[in-house]
Design a protein around this ligand. Structure first.
Ligand SMILES: [Fe+2]
Ligand SMILES: [Fe+2]
Length: 453
């Protein structure tokens, strides 16, 4: 006589059926016999479960590295279920609840979510996704977003971010407006990962992908603009607003011919004129968009506008200037790809020498420190010839850190002396740190940056 299955058996069988169906969904075409058999078996088991269970729904819940099915933690997790658990984690899913009345189509839709490319769904709310596709019998609870602010999860948000931006670029092209909510959510996720983490901006930027330039560029600019806002001590709300504005700064490019947007290299005078309209067009799209503040529209309008030479004229908003700095750095990465600190230092030095008039010098100085232009223990040459070692970078004035003199020069500073260089800004001659120029940026002209838009 066969023994009646224990609760543990039932839980494990269901987990294996679900994991198996999820695996088949990835391997076999819809309607193929293998897929159909797997789905039938799962539906059959679900039907039996609902007949026997009193709770009215089946929950599949993450439990640390394990899984609980119908409230029963699996005592031993089968190999295929381990892979299934990893997929739930990648999508930040904590609990899947399946209710009686669930149809094979509902299950298929759930499995398409679980087997979609991570980048497409990582920042998507699974419940909304299922509801939009007519699934009423399944709900999903996400893990609290980004519980662990590790680089792994940042990479996921980053990838997901480019998918979010792609959707909004498409929407702007078709409807002339965007959905602000998912972009604001993205800004929130990015900022919750970056602000307060000790991962230097250089590391975050190094994750740039080669394709999908506009979307990745948007995520980079949104991230760096938000980091600057945080470094300035602005409020959480302001940081998120500025990051959102950064994400959307180039949305006006959707009105340009795609060939112009992706064109690298010299633009004709007509193309330059055409490229220039993306700022005003972006503002139009964002003004037409409902909900949220007006800030993204203003920033889009101003992000290529330098501070006026005539000081009586109005300045671009601080938010616009922060986005312009982030935009420039990311543009430089596109023109002269770098993924290490030396490259970053070369890019920032280039900004100091070539774009002085384009940025507020105070904001540029802060930006440079935030990016790690000079860090503790760096060896530097002073403008008066001394060799020195950085003791502490200066948050507001990147070129004037506190240094220890290692070797004398012409500035009369003795070996071993610890000097706060901000005290020598107005001395005669003024003393600062020589910019670490890099050969990669030596021949880069400003107009190349402008060609990127
Ligand atoms: Fe841009
Ligand atoms: Fe732009």
């Amino acid at each position: 006589m066969a023994l009646a299955p224990t609760q543990q058996d039932t839980a494990r069988d269901l987990a294996q059926r679900l994991a198996g169906a999820n695996h088949s969904r990835r391997l076999y075409a819809k309607g193929s016999p293998v897929w159909q058999n797997t789905l039938d078996a799962l539906m059959n088991d679900l039907g039996n479960y609902f007949k026997a269970a009193s709770s009215g729904e089946l929950t599949v819940a993450l439990l640390g590295d394990g899984l609980a099915v119908g409230g029963i933690p699996l005592s031993k997790v089968p190999q295929n279920v381990i892979r299934f658990i990893a997929q739930l984690k990648l999508r930040d899913i904590e609990i899947i609840s399946i209710r009686p009345g669930c149809t094979p189509t509902d299950i298929e839709t759930l499995l398409s979510f679980l087997s979609a490319e991570t980048a497409e769904v990582a920042a998507v709310n699974a419940n909304t996704w299922l509801k939009e596709r007519g699934v009423e019998s399944i709900s999903i609870k996400h893990l609290k977003l980004m519980k662990t602010a590790g680089m792994g999860s940042f990479r996921e948000v980053y990838r997901a971010g480019s998918a979010v931006m792609r959707k909004q670029f498409d929407k702007a092209a078709q409807a002339g407006v965007v959905d602000l909510a998912p972009v604001m959510d993205l800004a929130k996720s990015l900022m919750s990962m970056v602000v307060g983490s000790d991962a230097p901006v250089a590391t975050l930027l190094a994750m740039r992908e080669r394709d999908d330039y506009s979307y990745i560029h948007s995520v980079n600019v949104g991230t760096i603009a938000g980091c600057q806002a945080a470094a300035l001590g602005l409020s959480e709300h302001e940081i998120q607003e500025i990051s959102t504005a950064g994400l959307l700064h180039d949305i006006g490019k959707t009105v340009l011919p795609p060939a112009l947007v992706t064109k690298r290299g010299p633009l004709t005078p007509q193309e330059i004129q055409m490229m220039a309209i993306h700022a005003a067009e972006g503002a139009k799209i964002l003004f037409a968009t409902q909900g949220g503040s007006r800030l993204p529209a203003i920033v889009a309008f101003e992000h290529h506008r330098p501070p006026p030479a005539d000081k009586t004229q109005p300045y671009p908003l601080i938010a616009s200037q922060l986005v312009a700095l982030a935009d420039t750095l990311d543009g430089l990465r596109t023109l002269r790809p770098f993924d290490n600190r030396d490259g970053m230092r070369g890019a920032i030095s280039w900004m100091f020498t070539k774009c002085r008039g384009r940025f507020n010098p105070y904001l540029l100085g802060r930006f440079a420190t935030m990016c790690g232009l000079f860090q503790k223990d760096d060896m530097v040459r002073l403008t008066t010839g001394e060799l020195a070692q950085v003791v502490e970078p200066h948050a507001e004035s990147a070129l004037h850190p506190t240094v220890e003199i290692i070797e004398q020069g012409d500035g009369g500073l003795d070996e071993g002396l610890i000097v706060d260089l901000t005290e020598f800004v107005r001395s005669n001659p003024p003393v600062g740190v020589v910019l670490p120029m890099s050969a990669a940026f030596e021949n880069l002209e400003l107009q190349e940056l402008d060609w990127l838009g």
